[in-house]
Design a binder for this molecule. Structure first.
Ligand SMILES: [Cu+2]
Length: 285
């Protein structure tokens, strides 16, 4: 009997060993995402060990780190360079297209203009010679008329003067107002001087003999007709075209303004030409 008991004890081991609480010593990677397996299944925590602390990831860390990795990948770098190159070539192409368009506009403007103007030699109201060369390097508004004209010439000259005043305020004295008489027999230098001074302090009055007046009017396509057989002291009217011409610093015709053109139309047209000229040449003269 004693032998049987000893054998049982030997097989079972000492009672203290049997009743001791079981201690597991798992060597399991303790990452927060991987739960430890137990004999019953998976558990998220253990009774005898505190749950592993999750590393604190702030919102900033999460997105900042992602963006750092996300932007500087080889693909994004290639994309960046590709888009940059595409934009460069697009803007270069667009610039060349605009330059070509401007050049075409400039050519069509100069080809589309009627051939108005040409060489002339006249004298100013204060006795100085004045030719077409004196128009070069400045903008001018040129009106053809006569000082005894009762209403039309004063109206048109008032309009021209008002436009010049507005432009003077805006751009300085860039536009030269000029009055050319179509009645040289009666419009003496003294008469011209009094007349132009009534309209604008910078207005220049021009006159020549009959042949010179006829020549300048032909060059500017201005019609005028003095009644036949008239004497300088007679009271008569000269029939003439009612236009004033806008000429550029190359002495080339830009536009003509008739009775239908109001002061704002004239000013706006000059402004437009100034802008186009400035864009092409970088200045206004
Ligand atoms: Cu008139």
């Amino acid at each position: 009997m004693q032998t049987v008991t000893t054998l049982r004890l030997a097989l079972r081991g000492p009672p203290s060993a049997r009743c001791a609480p079981r201690r597991f010593s798992w060597r399991w990677p303790r990452t927060p995402a991987t739960p430890r397996p137990t004999r019953r299944g998976y558990a998220t925590s253990s009774a005898d060990e505190p749950p592993p602390e999750k590393p604190r990831v702030t919102f900033e860390d999460k997105y900042k780190n992602k963006s750092v990795v996300g932007v500087f990948t080889p693909v994004s770098a290639l994309l960046f360079v590709g888009v940059g190159a595409a934009l460069y070539f697009y803007f270069d192409w667009e610039k060349q297209r605009l330059q070509k368009q401007r050049e075409e506009e400039r050519l069509s403007r100069s080809y589309g203009r009627p051939t108005v103007g040409g060489p002339f030699e006249l004298t100013t109201h204060d006795g100085r010679p004045f030719s077409d060369k004196d128009l070069l390097g400045k903008w001018s508004l040129i009106y053809f008329g006569f000082t005894n004209c009762p209403d039309i010439c004063p109206e048109e000259l008032d309009k021209m003067t008002e436009a010049v005043d507005i432009l003077d305020k805006e751009f300085g004295p860039l536009v030269q107002p000029i009055f050319i008489t179509v009645d040289p027999a009666r419009d003496t230098p003294a008469q011209l001087a009094r007349y132009v001074a009534d309209f604008h302090p910078r207005m220049v009055g021009l006159r020549g003999d009959y042949a010179a007046s006829k020549a300048v009017c032909r060059a500017y396509r201005v019609y005028f007709s003095t009644p036949p057989g008239t004497q300088p002291g007679d009271d008569y009217l000269v029939d003439h075209s009612i236009y004033f011409y806008f000429m550029d610093p190359d002495g080339k015709f830009v536009d003509a303004f008739g009775k239908a053109s109001a002061v704002p139309d004239v000013v706006e047209r000059v402004r437009k030409e100034f802008a186009a000229w400035k864009e092409e040449r970088g200045g206004l003269t």
